[in-house]
Design a protein around this ligand. Sequence first.
Ligand code: MN
Length: 262
Amino acid sequence: MSQQLLADFAAQIVSGDIRVVDLTHTLDPDFPVIILPPEFGQCARFRMEEISAYDHRGPAWKWNNISMSEHTGTHFDAPSHWVSGRDLPNNSVDSIPPENFIGAVVVIDCSEGTAANDDYELTPEIIQEWEAIHGKIPKGSWVLMRTDWSKRSGAEYLNMKDDGPHSPGPTPDGIRFLIDQRDIRGFGTECVGTDAGQGANHTPPYPAHFFLHGAGKYGLQCLANLDQLPSTGAVLFAAPLKIKNGTGSPLRILAMVPGDNS
Ligand code: MN
């Protein structure tokens, strides 16, 4: 049964009946990272230095050394990233069971709201309006908030003002609805963090991080190409690097969607 299922899966990737969508930004020193208030430690941007390039340092090969934060670029947040998840079992990227990296994905399109309001927030009411059209969010789903924020670049991406960053995210009630009522696998966003730019002003501060990771759920940030995904019916593959005791990791995130031939 499952042998045939997997053979069919592989054949449909070859035939184009299943299409693979890359939800990942390119790792690049210019890609913005989150900026915290100056009294806190800071996240490092991506860096690459050449070891050799078919030259006297290595005549037949080219390679680079790279460095970055665990939370640079398109990346995965593990429960140990937040104080609320610090004592949970399997809370680091190296200890999460691998089957948890693969799951159904639903996309809640908030792009109209975020075009009009940089501080747009996802509430339980908006989620239930979405469900009235697309059906109840299945248990164990990845839930992605589409905002079209990935189409921004440079200063527009972090959108820093005098009072801090302004970007969309869930309200405390919105993220708690997804965790407590729908038992999701994790929550993903196109912005630099799972929380709204002004999430520090909520109670608790940064509610998406606090509630997701306290419940053993995962975060995905800096996603791209969400406009190429259906609202339902796709499968997400998001497997972070196996960093010992890692709190997160840059990764390649792929979605499998019904192709043009299907
Ligand atoms: Mn992160």
